[in-house]
Structure formats: structure tokens, C-alpha cells
Design a protein. Structure first.
Length: 391
């Protein structure tokens, strides 16, 4: 029997019962579509993680300065970090146990009937802090190098600290008292995207911070361009403390590529199982329907054998029918999967990531499923004796 004749016979057998053939292929359609959607959506989501990775996290580097008999990092050393290629902004920060929960009030009058003192954290910072914490000056301005050089008694309040002290405007140069010392409030810093705890803090120039044990830098906050964090994490310790860089601890963001791979792995592991289960169900459906078809076509099989068809011809016909069923199911499933991926990406405004090889191999995978599912029914049909079949 020629291949063309065999194909014609197989197509005639499938088209004789189109509804049954369509329902038989449905399992393969669902399995292949699930696999295509799984791989496509996970690849697209992984690409989005790289493209839309949290920029704040991906560009934030923190250098921790441990306690040491001599200062490892000076206030002016931050300027060397800002000159590194890829650094957007940087600032030094000094915190101490003495500066935590200091009594701060907005008036010098002690009223026993009203609580005016607020326990606030007092820190010393370099002038570049607003950019380093990605904040905005809600009122006034931040102190600069001139305030530091002159030793001006000025402070900047976090937005929450200003609210607690009842300071809402700066046109009258309000003052706050830390203990018995008065300081002029020149600004209110708010909308912090980084180091949000500073919203409830009082920030001093380093020259004033010495009075509260805030003369030594404890942390350096660095913001980098996207993709430069890993390089700056290596270079910043050397720039801050040449010769003692090994004593500094750097906290750098995780790689977005690792996050993408982790998401892809988790999604694939979950949904590939579902896709494989659907394929198994589809294979069982094809095997079951093909076996029923063999039982219904016993007389046809007997007639073919009586007219000279060999066992291999009968087996090849039923194998080809089941393979065509799987092939059609795979093609339809792959098409449906691609449509779903594009629709999801359009709804989420993502850029779809489609592997062309997947769309090509999916119908082939469906055909293999159909071929394997039709092995037993085809062998059973080939083993029928013509006399028994005709009887």
C-alpha cells in the first residue's frame, strides 16, 4: 500500500466521525496549549522582571562601617564614591545609641500639664542625604557644606518628626530643643523611598552631631544607575577606606537575572506538571477512542484482511489515524496557547516572549502522543484473523 493511499484511508476514517475525532483531539489540545502557555508566560514574566525589576532595590547599595579604634570612613570620603562611574548619589550617615530616643521639643517652656517632649532619633548626615534616600524637601532646604564649615546650629526634621512636634511652617524660623540646646529648623524632609525610618528623625550636620556621639560614620548610602550596583559594591569599600576595605560590609541588591530564573523555574515546575497530566489524559482519550473504533470496525478489518491487506497495513492505518488526531490536537493547542499568551501580554501591557521552536515542536509532540496512544489499538486490530472478523 502506498503512503498516499494509506493517508487517504486514515483521513476517511477520521472524517467519517468528525465530532468524535474532535472530542478525541480535545485532550491533546488542552495539554499542548497548557505547555505552550506555561513556557510562554513564564518566559515573558521573567523578561518583565528584568525590565521592570524594582529600580529602588536594584540600585541601592549600603556600606556598613563597623566600630573601630580609629575612624574607617571620614565625612569627606563620600566624595570619592560619588566620582565612581555609575554612582548617582551618595551620603554618609552616623547613628549611635546616645542619639536614639533623645528628648526633643519645639518650645523652651516646660508645661507640666501638657507633654511637649517627644522621644526622637537624632542622626548626623552629610549634605547629600535627600538624594541618597530618594526623598523630597517638603519645606525649606537641607543643610550644606557651608552650614557644616561654620558649625551652624541648624537641623532638618523628617516629615513625621515635624508633625509630632507641631511644626508646619518655617517662615518664622522655628526652633527645636534637644535637651537644653536650641537649633533652628531649616527644612522638612519627606516622601522617603529609602531609609523611611528617617521620617521620624532629627538630622544634624556632622559638626553639631559630635555633641551627641555622632562624629563617626556608621553607614554610607549609595544609589547607582541600573545595572551598576554589582560593580559599585566592589569598588565602594576601596574608595571609602583604601587599605581597610576588607573591614567594611557591603549590602548589594540581588541579581534580577537570578530572580527571573527563579520565577521561571517555579512557574515551569508547577504548570509543566499540569500540562503533562493533560497530555496523559489526552493520550488515554485517544487510546480509548481508537480502541472503541477498532471494535466498531471489526467487519471492515476482516474485509480488508480477506482482500489481501497485511497485518502491517491494518496497524499502519490505525496508527496513522491516532497520529493525525494527535497532530491536529497539537497544532490547535499550540495556536490556542500563542493566542492566550498574546492576549495576556496585551492586557498586562507586556512584551510577549515567544519561542518559535516551541510553536513548531508542539504539533510534533502532539503527533508523538497520538502515535504512542494508538500502539495498542493498532496492534490489536492487526492481530485479528480475517475469518473471525468476518464472522
Amino acid at each position: 500500500m502506498k503512503l498516499r493511499d494509506l493517508l487517504d484511508e486514515a483521513m476517511a476514517g477520521l472524517l467519517a466521525r468528525p465530532v468524535r475525532s474532535a472530542l478525541t483531539a480535545l485532550g491533546t489540545v488542552l495539554g499542548i496549549a497548557t505547555l505552550v502557555i506555561t513556557l510562554g508566560v513564564s518566559a515573558t514574566a521573567g523578561n518583565q522582571i528584568v525590565g521592570r525589576f524594582d529600580e529602588l532595590t536594584a540600585t541601592s547599595v549600603t556600606v556598613e562601617v563597623p566600630e573601630n579604634p580609629f575612624p574607617l570612613v571620614g565625612w569627606g570620603d563620600v566624595d570619592r564614591v560619588t566620582r565612581l562611574r555609575g554612582v548617582v548619589s551618595a551620603a554618609a550617615l552616623a547613628e549611635s545609641k546616645e542619639g536614639a530616643n533623645l528628648s526633643v521639643r519645639a518650645t523652651d517652656v516646660v508645661d507640666p500639664a501638657r507633654v511637649t517632649d517627644q522621644p526622637l532619633t537624632v542622626v548626623a548626615t552629610s549634605p547629600g542625604l535627600p538624594a541618597a534616600v530618594k526623598g523630597r524637601m517638603i519645606e525649606g532646604r537641607y543643610f550644606d557644606a557651608g552650614h557644616q564649615a561654620r558649625g551652624d546650629k541648624v537641623v532638618v526634621l523628617g516629615a513625621q518628626a515635624a508633625k509630632m512636634l507641631g511644626i508646619t511652617r518655617l517662615d518664622r524660623a522655628p526652633a527645636v530643643f534637644i535637651g537644653t540646646r536650641a537649633y533652628t529648623v531649616i527644612g522638612v524632609l519627606g516622601e522617603l523611598r529609602r531609609e523611611k525610618s528617617l521620617a521620624g528623625a532629627v538630622m544634624l550636620p556632622p559638626a553639631i552631631g559630635k555633641r551627641y556621639g555622632l562624629d563617626t560614620v556608621t553607614r554610607v548610602l549609595v544609589n547607582t544607575g541600573l545595572g551598576a550596583a554589582a560593580l559599585i559594591a566592589e569598588q565602594a569599600p576601596t574608595a571609602l577606606s583604601p587599605g581597610h576595605e576588607g573591614l567594611l560590609q557591603v549590602i548589594s541588591p540581588p541579581s534580577p537575572t537570578r530572580a527571573r530564573d527563579a520565577v521561571e523555574g517555579d512557574v515551569n515546575a508547577l504548570f509543566l506538571i499540569l500540562g503533562l497530566v493533560s497530555l496523559v489524559v489526552g493520550a488515554v482519550g485517544i487510546a480509548n477512542v481508537t480502541l472503541v473504533t477498532v471494535m466498531e470496525r471489526v467487519a471492515e478489518i476482516g474485509l480488508r484482511r480477506a482482500l489481501g491487506a497485511a497485518r502491517r497495513h491494518v496497524a499502519a492505518q490505525f496508527l496513522l489515524e491516532s497520529t493525525l488526531t494527535g497532530l491536529v490536537g497539537g497544532a490547535v493547542g499550540a495556536s490556542a496557547g500563542v493566542v492566550v499568551i498574546v492576549a495576556v501580554c496585551a492586557a498586562k501591557q507586556w512584551t510577549p516572549v515567544l519561542d518559535v521552536r516551541l510553536a513548531v515542536l508542539a504539533p510534533a509532540a502532539g503527533a508523538v502522543v497520538g502515535l504512542l496512544a494508538g500502539l495498542y489499538p493498532a496492534l490489536r486490530a492487526a492481530r485479528m484473523e480475517p475469518v473471525n472478523a468476518l464472522r
